[in-house]
Design a protein around this ligand. Sequence first.
Ligand code: NDP
Length: 276
Amino acid sequence: MAALIMKGPEVSAGMKDSLITEAAKLKPVLAIIRVGARPDDLSYERGIIKRFDSLGIKVKVHELPENISQQEFNSEFAKINSDSTNNGVLLFRPLPESLSDNFAVNTIDPKKDIDCMSPVNLAGVFAGDKESFAPCTPLAVMEMLKFYGIDLAGKNIAIVGRSLILGRPLAMLMLAENATVTICHTKTRNLQEVCKRADIIIAAAGKAKMITPVYVNENSIIVDVGINLDENNKLCGDVDFERVSPVVKAISPVPGGVGAVTTSILAKNLIKAAKR
Ligand code: NDP
């Protein structure tokens, strides 16, 4: 049987009506802080503005010069963070090399920290506190699995990647749904076997097409979080989609997968912040 293709735009579309209703009630405001004009930041920013516009949510972009001093950056950040008209604050990272994000990470109001930059929210995610803000990409993975009716309780899950923005918090969200989670990394032995045995594989390593048919079985459910360029400079995930999709039960593509859900999750978190 052909694999179920789990499409990000379908998941986002499913979230749209309730986000519009809530946004009309709460009128939340998102403040974006961008230093300089990196192409990937600009592209993410355009994506957010387009999605939020379609939901009726206001976005304020604070563009700071790339050569801003640390002191000026901290003071601008403090001003935006304490502005009571902002319900959520999103700082694009990494910052230019000349700047540290220490001040921002440690002073952001946890109630406005809708992409989980603060250690306060991260600790909440690890403690299983559902009131905390979890990072948007792991939440997007959870939303996708929920949308396609994939229950996690009792399932064996292999997450490939242990970063603090992806693998680790995602493992905690899945644990909170009663999954049994194995977090894999570059030193994991027999990675192929670990993945092959899992009911669900989450690929979050940042290695183009590393998950090939030998990592999967016919019942594998695969969520591909990777964003890479292949040998022809084309966007691709961590999974060799062409070869893997015919031999598994369900899979998300790249592009058109998890990445397409992230901005909707950002809106969902902003609405949660506004409710407080
Ligand atoms: P990091 O580089 O911070 O982490 C990568 C992780 O993968 C590390 O834990 C690393 O192990 C592990 N890893 C790398 N290669 C292998 C391998 N061959 N076998 C096993 N484990 C491996 O990356 P991020 O977590 O920031 O991002 C991961 C991917 O997700 C990237 O492609 C990124 O672009 C994408 N991404 C997608 C988003 C979306 O919205 N869809 C949002 C954010 C990121 P070790 O710790 O041992 O080094």
